[in-house]
Design a protein around this ligand. Structure first.
Ligand SMILES: Nc1nc2c(ncn2[C@@H]2O[C@H](COP(=O)(O)OP(=O)(O)OP(=O)(O)O)[C@@H](O)[C@H]2O)c(=O)[nH]1
Ligand SMILES: [Mg+2]
Length: 423
């Protein structure tokens, strides 16, 4: 569909700055800048911004009395078609604001859900987004665009569930149940795939991080894939699983996941639990950070918090400070919750070898270089070694065959009595 001028939303971004010191919750310049980026990603035109300094938002209209009148006038003057608030609004807040300004009103969560609805490609992704939208909108039904005509592109009303959102609650509950059943089935299939991977004992590492940090670019670099990597928020929704060849010949699996963002709607995390399981079950997590972003420390905190909430079982978290080609140099040991770190650029390739080395070290089944001296009397062991192991050198000496090879811990244990040297 081509966007005609009439379909492009003209939005005013709104927020209350409480000065609460809670950087993860408050609205400040940074979260407004991000809201602008989100609106951009949804292809809206931002015509104005309004922040009120206030201890806490009003229960009825979010903004105070004077400010909401200012907003009404600004919306009229700027010909706005949509108001987007940086915080979650209640159904009655939406209704009151819409009644007062006569402009359709949504919040940050609905905007994020809208972007997700546009991005979802797989059946699983679509179901997850629709579920999150239904659950989010259910308690807000009375406030959502009821009486206001749909000018603009309809941000916040798109998605697979579009027509259903306006039906009665009972219908929505039925739809939620049906979708949850469908999702459960897809989940079973995903679990089976994961089980098979476990059986084949492939170690798994998951790329996790703030949206736009460069996760997909790293995956593409390592695996020669063509996953969409783009300067937009939430380019990736469906987890992509690819084979990763490690330097010692081991096969591992690398998973790209949906990006995180501050104030991520709770229902969205819930709905995406099954895909996020790929990160939860991973042996190692690579926390990808856009180190060129002045907000990187806040973004790291948000990701750390979500990793903890998800209950990821990985004991090693590698912080990958990406985009070093355009970033300030890092301090010797950047702050954060991780076990290893590396500075790299998925664009120029700098530091990528170091990341592979760290991964190789962190993933289970790591092979070490050992040298064994096998007496000629034990020809069986020598034969086993020739069958599929990575042999680096081999010499026939007076008292046996001297072999240098890469061995995992099981093989090292097996060869224990013959080891003469190990690295
Ligand atoms: N300069 C520079 N740009 C990079 C680098 N890595 C990624 N980018 C750019 O950053 C943008 C986002 O990259 P993606 O790989 O799509 O990021 P992502 O983390 O997968 O993002 P989502 O899927 O949206 O969560 C793209 O425009 C990339 O070209 C890098 O090392 N240096
Ligand atoms: Mg991506």
């Amino acid at each position: 569909m081509h966007e005609t001028e009439k379909e492009i939303e003209r939005v005013i971004l709104c927020g209350v700055h409480t000065g609460s010191n809670n950087v993860l919750e408050d609205t400040d310049e940074e979260s407004m800048a991000e809201l602008r980026f989100l609106a951009d990603t949804a292809k809206a035109v931002v015509v104005g911004e309004m922040i009120q300094n206030k201890d806490h938002p009003e229960a009825s209209t979010y903004f105070g009395e004077g400010k909401i009148e200012e907003l009404r006038l600004a919306a009229e003057a700027l010909d706005a078609t949509l108001l987007i608030f940086d915080d979650e609004l209640t159904g009655s807040q939406i209704r009151n604001i819409e009644n007062y300004t006569r402009i359709r009103t949504i919040d940050r969560s609905m905007l994020i859900l809208d972007i997700f609805a546009q991005r979802a490609i797989s059946k699983e992704g679509k179901i997850q987004v629709e579920l999150a939208q239904l659950k989010y909108n259910l308690p807000r039904l009375s406030g959502i665009g009821g009486q206001l005509s749909r000018l603009g592109g309809g941000i916040g009303t798109r998605g697979p569930g579009e027509t259903k959102l306006e039906s009665d609650k009972r219908h929505i509950y039925r739809r939620i149940n049906a979708l949850e059943d469908e999702l459960r089935e897809i989940q079973l299939h995903r679990d089976l795939l994961r089980e098979r991977r476990t059986k084949e004992s492939a170690a798994v590492c998951a790329l996790v991080g703030y949206t736009n940090a460069g996760k997909s670019t790293i995956l593409n670099y390592f695996t020669d894939s063509k996953v969409l990597a783009a300067d937009m928020l939430f380019a990736t929704l469906d987890p992509t699983v690819r084979k990763l060849d490690l330097p010692d010949g081991r096969n591992a699996v690398i998973v790209d996941t949906v990006g995180f963002i501050r104030k991520l709607p709770h229902h969205l995390i819930e709905a995406f639990k099954s895909t996020l399981d790929e990160a939860v079950m991973a042996d190692v997590i690579v926390h990808v950070i856009d180190s060129s972003n002045p907000e990187m420390h806040t973004q790291m905190k948000i990701v750390d918090k979500i990793i903890a909430e998800l209950g990821c079982r990985a004991t090693r978290i590698i912080a990958a400070f990406n985009k070093c080609d355009i970033a300030q140099p890092l301090s010797p040991r950047p702050e954060g919750n991780y076990t290893d770190f590396v500075s790299l650029s998925a664009k120029t390739g700098e530091g990528m070898d170091e990341l592979i080395e760290l991964l190789s070290d962190a993933l289970p089944g790591k092979k070490r270089e050992i040298t064994v001296l096998i007496p000629y009397s034990d020809s069986r062991t020598a034969a086993v070694l020739h069958d599929g192991e990575v042999i680096l050198s081999e010499d026939y000496e007076a008292d046996g065959t001297r072999i240098t090879l890469l061995a995992d811990s099981a093989l090292c244990a097996h060869l224990k009595e013959y080891i003469v040297e190990e690295k």
